[in-house]
Design a protein around this ligand. Structure first.
Ligand SMILES: Nc1ncnc2c1ncn2[C@@H]1O[C@H](COP(=O)(O)OP(=O)(O)OP(=O)(O)O)[C@@H](O)[C@H]1O
Ligand SMILES: [Mg+2]
Length: 303
């Protein structure tokens, strides 16, 4: 039996609180009109499907990475985090006694904001849909780029490529003008400036720890008349993380977190249609280790 087999995982939480949403990875509850409880589970999605096995430590890693960045960026922008300590959440005693262990390390009490309905994507490298866009017309979401860039090349400077926040289905890329129509020009400009600053500062830090963040998505909301950073920040679920020492433009890059799972799915020739395949223990173990390594590199602490 591997050492990980004894680690408690959390697949899904069933707290006796109003469920606001269950994403692929996170369960979100209403605590009151102005507070939410966000629980990051150990679910993992690949190729847009949730795989059937929980990944030990993954939810804790993701939650703690956001906690780390909220603090790291507090000089640039206020954020939604009230506390990530269960004991400070003023939860009903029954909830703490019954579910406290499930919440520990993987939950956040946050200010409930009015989310701006624009996903703030920043890209520093030419990959994913950006690469496809560039191949077909030499630009990415309307940003004209120099000729002759190769796959995964570093862009001359990061670009802001907002997307709609679709209630269901895929988010759609929009240009700055369309984003301005949704949130107003003044807010759109602020979101663009903030997102780019956050990405650039985050990139420098992560790069110094051997991680390249190719691109990412931020979410902001309005709270007490101010713009605050909400949701998750620069996690492997909201960003592409590449191992810096294996970076080589001109080809696809291995992913720091999901590559092991992706390779396995390709190896068994999964057709990427449900049901998603069960993962062998070795794949689960390696993936769990990869998540922990990301946390330890970024924060310099052990999980
Ligand atoms: N402080 C906040 N105030 C209000 N809403 C928030 C806050 N923080 C996060 N949210 C919202 O909570 C939701 C979190 O959901 P989550 O990311 O788990 O699932 P999803 O985005 O619907 O789906 P997916 O699994 O594709 O990510 C998002 O809609 C996000 O905008
Ligand atoms: Mg989300």
């Amino acid at each position: 039996m591997s050492a990980l087999a004894s680690v408690k995982t959390v697949w899904e939480t069933k707290l006796p609180l109003p469920l606001v949403g269950r994403g692929k990875v996170r369960d979100v509850y209403a605590i009151s009109d102005d507070k939410l409880l966000i629980v990051t589970t150990d679910r993992l999605s690949a190729f847009d499907y949730v795989l059937p096995n929980p990944i030990p430590f993954k939810g804790i890693v993701l939650n703690q990475i956001s906690v780390f960045w909220f603090d790291f960026f507090k000089h640039l922008v206020p954020n939604h985090l009230i506390t990530a300590q269960v004991s400070e959440m003023s939860l009903p005693r029954e909830i703490v006694s019954e579910f406290g262990e499930d919440l520990k390390g993987r939950s956040m009490l946050v200010h409930r904001a009015k989310p701006y309905l624009v996903e703030c994507v920043v890209r520093g490298y030419l990959t994913g849909s950006g690469w496809k866009d560039y191949l077909s017309n030499g630009s990415v979401c309307g940003h004209k780029l120099p000729k002759g860039l190769t796959q995964c090349a570093k862009l001359p400077s990061p670009i802001f490529t907002p997307a709609t926040k679709a209630e269901s289905g895929h988010d759609e890329n929009i240009n700055f003008g369309e984003a301005s129509k949704i949130v107003g020009v003044e807010v759109a400009e602020k979101l663009r400036t903030l997102s780019t600053q956050l990405y650039e500062e985050g990139l420098v830090h992560a790069r110094s720890r051997g991680i390249l963040m190719a691109d990412t998505k931020f979410e902001f909301g309005e709270f007490n008349g101010k713009i605050i950073l909400i949701d998750e920040v620069l996690t492997p679920d909201s960003s592409r993380f590449w191992p810096a020492d294996q970076y080589e433009p001109g080809r696809d890059q291995p992913s720091f977190d999901k590559q092991i799972v992706r390779n396995y799915c390709e190896e068994i020739k999964w057709d990427k249609k449900p049901p998603a395949p069960k993962l062998p223990d070795a794949v689960i173990q390696k993936t769990s280790n990869a998540y922990r390594e990301i946390y330890e590199r970024l924060t310099g602490e052990k999980i």
